[in-house]
Design a protein around this ligand. Sequence first.
Ligand code: FMN
Length: 275
Amino acid sequence: MSKITAHSIPALESQLDPPPFSLSELYHENTKLHPQTAQELIPSGNFTPEDLQAMSRAYKQYPNAPRISLPAAENIPPDSRSFDDVISSRRSFRDFADLDMTLDELSLILHQSYGITGEMTGLDGSRQALRSSPSAGALYPAEIYVAVRKVTGVKPGIYHYNVPNHELELMIPGDPTESMFEICCGQEFVRKTSIIILMSGVLKRTKLKYGERGYRYVLLDIGHLGQNIYLSCTALELAIMTTCGFFDDQAHRLLRLDGVDEAVLYVAFIGRRQR
Ligand SMILES: Cc1cc2nc3c(=O)[nH]c(=O)nc-3n(C[C@H](O)[C@H](O)[C@H](O)COP(=O)(O)O)c2cc1C
C-alpha cells in the first residue's frame, strides 16, 4: 500500500495555492490499521512482558518538590445524587463566583477523574494499578497539573498530581492568575476560577507501544478523562468549563515540558458557581 508523504504535497511550497491535502487527513490516512500493515504500524509485538510491565508503571513524579497530601476519597462523605441526575445535569458553566473550593473537593475531582481505583494481576503474577479512566494499553499517558488560585488551606501555585501517592507536588509557588491569563489567550474566566487544570499527554509513553497511531489513543484517553472531570464537578455542584484556547508553547515553558514527548492538550476552569 503506497503512503502519502509530506514530499508529495507540492502545494505546500506556495502560500497562495493552498495544499489539496489537510495535515489531519494526511495523519489519519497514514495511521489507519490495515490487515497488511498492522504489524508495521504497531510495534507492540516486539516488546517482552518485562518491557510492557515497566511501561505500565510509568508514573511521573517530582520527588524533591514540597508536597501536600490529599484527603483519601473514602474518608470524604459520598455524593447522594443519582448517576442519572449527574449525567443529565452536566453542563459547561461560565459564571464563576471567585470563591474558594475545599481540599476535599479537589481531592475528589482528582481521584474520580484519574485516581487509582483497582488493580489487575498480570500473567507473571505482578500487580498493575488501574484508574478511574480507561486508557489504551493501561499506559495512562495523561499528567494533571493544577494551577491553584483559591483552595482553602492550599497556597496558590502550580502543582503536579502525583497519582500513586494521591498528593500534590508544588512546582511553581505563587498566584498563577496572570501567567494563566496570558496562556489562556486572555480569557477572563481565569480571574474567577478556584483552580485551572492543565492536562498533558506523555505522547512518548503511548507511541512507544502503538507507534504513530498511538497519538490518536492519547487524545482519546484525555477525552475520557475530561468527561470524568466534568461529571465529578457536576456531582460537587461546581462550575466547570473546558477550553482549547491556550498558547501551547507558553504552557510548555511554564510547566517545563518539551512540548514534543509531553504536550499540554486540555485546559479546564473549575470553581464555585455564581448563585
Ligand atoms: C474540547 C472542548 C473545547 C471547548 N472549548 C470551549 C471554549 O474555549 N470556550 C467555551 O466557552 N466553551 C468551550 N467548550 C464547551 C462547549 O462549548 C460546550 O461543551 C458545548 O457548548 C455544549 O454545552 P454543555 O457542555 O453545557 O453541554 C469546549 C468543550 C470541549 C469538549
